[in-house]
Design a protein around this ligand. Structure first.
Ligand code: HEM
Length: 300
């Protein structure tokens, strides 16, 4: 059931934690990714923090643009086509897949596996002449992601933010991912989800694999996860199901997808698959883990 948190007028935040409610709200035209620094003081504080993470040079990253923004939808479609082709080819360096598979099968060297995961995530943005797997380079890339993660923490991240460490890290990630907004999105933001998926895959192998398990393809729903939360703002006052009062304009709508995700959640829920903001990289991400799973089965 959705909740409206107001803290005596200091905030207006709607929290939604059920998969069917999220699916019903995510496409509403009056809820969008606007990130206006407006509304009550706590909202403005939270939106300012979100803008620091999701904006580049004063504008939203293309992956966080509002629904009707310029070429957002065509860029999303074109990127989906490009990475769907990569998902078919599975072009990653075998050494990188092997390092992830070794961690999944036997729990060895998680840090090496995380560097390899950063490589596979960044792969669509690497220059075509330089797609080889260099462990040190991608350990650095994973380290840059970790700097951003710490900087996003309200308290622990205060000093790194004051020192501008997050801005430096974002710039360096962009240098390594062809200056592409989607590259910064992939490495700087979504890697957090892929790390969880990698650890779910590892958990499947903690018990010795039976011959029957080895013969079965990866069941994605056993390892999937979603973003912790997806955010929206309402541009006009609105009524939302389960909330008795009108929700004022410029409220923050937190769709808590990870908490909402259940084994029974519809396929693709974790990627907003049926909605305007669907993740164009869903098949690409699944293909990475599918490949790692296949190699891990032969090592366990
Ligand atoms: C290579 C890695 C990834 C890339 C390049 C990528 C790219 C994108 C882009 C461009 C969008 C915005 C589409 C638009 O509205 O125009 C998006 C949305 C989304 N992605 Fe991904 N993604 C990646 C990985 C992931 C992962 C690992 C997850 C979760 C498991 C995920 C979940 C989502 C969700 C839930 C949305 C919808 C956000 C919203 O409704 O505002 N993505 N992704």
């Amino acid at each position: 059931m959705a909740r409206h948190i107001r803290f005596g007028g200091l905030a207006s935040i709607v929290v939604v934690e059920a998969d069917d409610e999220i699916d019903a709200l995510i496409d509403r035209p009056d809820l969008d990714r606007t990130y206006r620094v407006e509304g009550p003081p706590l909202n403005r504080l939270m939106i300012s923090r979100l803008r620091r993470a999701l904006f580049r040079d004063g504008s939203a990253l293309r992956s966080f643009a509002p629904r009707g923004d310029g070429d957002r939808a065509s860029a999303q479609g074109a990127f989906a086509k490009r990475v769907d082709a990569l998902a078919e080819q599975r072009p990653w360096a075998p050494e990188a897949i092997a390092v992830m598979a070794a961690y999944v099968a036997n729990g060895t060297d998680r840090n090496a596996a995380l560097a390899a995961l950063a490589y596979a995530t960044a792969y669509p943005f690497l220059s075509p002449e330089d797609t080889s797997y260099e462990p040190a380079k991608f350990r650095r890339l994973f380290g840059l992601f970790e700097i951003l993660q710490v900087a996003r923490n309200p308290w622990k991240g205060l000093l790194p933010r004051l020192l501008g460490k997050d801005r430096h890290a974002a710039r360096e990630i962009l240098e390594m991912t062809g200056g592409d907004d989607y590259g910064l999105h992939a490495v700087g933001i979504t890697l957090a989800n892929s790390v969880v998926i990698l650890d779910h895959l590892r958990a499947l192998f903690v018990e010795p694999q039976t011959a029957e398990a080895r013969a079965t393809p990866l069941e994605w729903n056993k390892v999937r996860t979603s973003a912790v939360a997806v955010t929206r703002q309402n541009n006009v006052p609105c009524r939302l199901p389960g909330i008795p009062d009108e929700v004022p304009a410029n409220s923050l709508i937190l769709l808590k997808m990870r908490q909402a995700l259940r084994p029974s959640s519809p396929d693709g829920f974790e990627f907003a698959g049926k909605h305007w903001s669907y993740c164009p990289a869903s098949r690409y991400i699944e293909a990475i883990f599918d490949r790692v799973y296949d190699v891990a089965k032969n090592r366990a």
